[in-house]
Ligand binder design. Structure first.
Ligand code: ATP
Ligand code: MG
Length: 267
């Protein structure tokens, strides 16, 4: 098993206020080549869980295991390897890139700092990364503000892929993009998953996005998973009342899905 999350709890301690239990014991497993969606309304704890998994939130209860090893028991070298292996893509692609660095500098930096390839091979690796995310060579000279939101999201994917990750944790990766661009980025994510046998953990409030990518889905409500199953089962025959209300709140889920599929075929 690549990633195992066991009874994860994240509690924020706040001065003068009772502690806020953002994540209340969630568990799931993810293997190479699989994709799992976590879906739920704003504030239900999705990003808090994600931050614990990538190591941005080090105080949590429960257990996170990578390739069988608990992250709390990793030595320095194992932790560095883990941090590389689990990469996060954020919602705000433009904001997650350094505005003062060109695309080439951004990719060069990550390859150099992490010593991913010998210095002489950096240009070749940059070309490979661009090809993986379907970006033309000419974007290399551009600054983030000079390219589109969709292209910025492709650059952030390329920056992740530079580290040869095993898991990509995508937190609302397309919600800042317009619908036609969304479909193309989701298509890219799916292609990468197949080509590189990546495990994908996709966080979204949007059921249509989860449905496009994920084999399985966990529905999160107030810090807990209220329903888990294959995406088809959960979306077509939801058992839980909250899942039902979430589906009812997006009456156009099928329509936007069809639009998404159309755009996927077109791209
Ligand atoms: N650093 C923090 N300190 C205190 N409370 C926090 C902190 N980060 C998040 N919270 C609170 O924890 C709860 C869960 O937040 P989280 O960001 O995980 O939700 P989310 O599901 O990702 O929401 P969204 O869909 O809006 O991104 C919220 O009530 C939030 O206000
Ligand atoms: Mg969030």
């Amino acid at each position: 098993m690549l990633l195992q999350v066991n009874q994860l709890q994240v509690t924020y301690r706040q001065i003068g206020r009772p502690p806020l239990r953002a994540v209340r014991g969630i568990s799931f497993e993810l293997n190479a080549g699989q994709s799992l969606g976590i879906v739920g309304e704003s504030g239900c704890g999705k990003s808090s869980a994600a931050k614990a998994i990538i190591g941005l939130q080090t105080e949590f209860d429960g257990e996170i295991r990578f390739e069988g090893k608990s992250v709390h028991k990793m030595n320095r070298a194992e932790r560095i390897q883990y941090r590389r292996s689990v990469q996060m893509v954020f919602q705000d692609a433009v904001g997650s890139l350094n505005p003062h660095m060109t695309v080439r500098q951004t990719l060069e930096e990550v390859l150099r700092v992490h010593r991913m390839v010998p210095a002489g091979q950096i240009p070749k690796r940059i070309s490979e990364l661009l090809e993986l995310v379907s970006l033309p060579e000419r974007v290399l000279a551009a600054y983030p503000r000079e390219i589109s939101g969709g292209q910025c999201q492709r650059v952030s994917f390329a920056r992740c892929l530079a580290l040869n990750p095993r898991v990509i944790l995508a937190d609302e990766p397309v919600s800042a993009l317009d619908v036609s661009v969304q479909a193309r980025i989701l298509n890219l994510l799916r292609t990468l998953q197949k080509e590189l046998n990546l495990a994908i953990l996709l966080i979204s409030h949007d059921l249509a996005v989860v449905r496009t990518i994920c084999d399985r889905v966990c529905v999160m409500y107030k810090g807990q998973f209220v329903e888990t199953g294959t995406t088809t089962a959960v979306l077509e025959t939801p058992q839980n009342d909250y899942t039902k209300s979430l589906l009812a709140a997006v009456p156009d889920v099928n329509r936007s899905l069809d639009a998404g599929r159309g755009a996927l075929r077109a791209s």
